[in-house]
Ligand binder design. Sequence first.
Ligand SMILES: [Zn+2]
Ligand SMILES: [Zn+2]
Length: 206
Amino acid sequence: MNTTAACVVCHSALWQDELDRMACRRCTLRISDDLSALPGLYEQLGGALAPGSRAGGPAVSGSRTAPLPLRLAPLSLSAKGGVVTVLQTWLVDVHELLEYPHPRWEGDLVGQCRQVVARLQLLLPWIAENHPAVDEFAREIRQLRGQCVAQVTGERPVRTVAVACPCGATLRITLDTLGRRCTCGEQYGREALLGLPLAERREVAA
Ligand SMILES: [Zn+2]
Ligand SMILES: [Zn+2]
């Protein structure tokens, strides 16, 4: 018996036919979309490892930062302990909850990335309906995608914005935040969060 009346990810009210789910359909689709982006990005990270390289684009001269011998952020994302390990840890967790045998990994890390994503996609309907930490899952998958995109494209990490709840508390969010619960107990969905007034003035370039 599940008494959750709101999606645990975005905090929006569940439809009548979604009441037995932890995450709403929209969030489930979003997780699926984030998951499916990962193998391609992961492969591109290999290219981002070469000093000064930008995978998939022409080399840019006069870049603002001096090239390092090895760009460390993509390394930590692509090495063991990065993207693949995070995904595999979730898959092991789901297998344990379902009392399935421990999943096996085969091939190189790029191949393992594809395998674990395919497997998680297959289990996603179950995860969205039943996994008590599906909100954490959604957040981590989104973060991984954001970090990979930032590394592959050379974009800077997403900026945090502070918004004010009417209770006086400050909530730090990014444009990717799907939902948040304030300490006063108020639950905000994505749209409601973005509609809150800014808690601090952002500097405006003269
Ligand atoms: Zn949702
Ligand atoms: Zn509040």
